[in-house]
Design a protein. Structure first.
Length: 97
């Protein structure tokens, strides 16, 4: 069931915009939380972003696999490279060879 855009509060719209910019947040998660489908997210972004930012967002999201659950190559969480350094006591430990 889709929610009407006009029924959303300002804080909901702000959160949807924030989630829309996040690379790892799929449109399906936005729909599950707010009842707003991808088309409605696009409409919200278009109405609430400056035209230049709207074009940047649209170009950024277009074809991005992480925004669609079915296109992802992973199921849950985030990928962490084995090359990442561990951070301890605000220091980055040196890479061990």
């Amino acid at each position: 069931m889709a929610t009407e855009i006009n029924d959303l509060s300002t804080s909901d719209i702000d959160r949807i915009i924030e989630m829309g910019w996040e690379d790892r947040t799929p449109f399906d998660a936005i729909e599950a939380q707010f009842g707003v489908d991808e088309k409605q997210v696009i409409t919200i972004m278009r109405r609430n972003l400056h035209p230049r930012n709207w074009r940047k967002w649209r170009a950024h999201v277009q074809g991005r696999a992480t925004k669609h659950l079915k296109k992802r190559d992973f199921n849950e969480g985030r990928h962490k490279s084995n090359m990442h350094r561990t951070i301890t006591l605000n220091r980055i430990s040196k890479k061990k060879k």
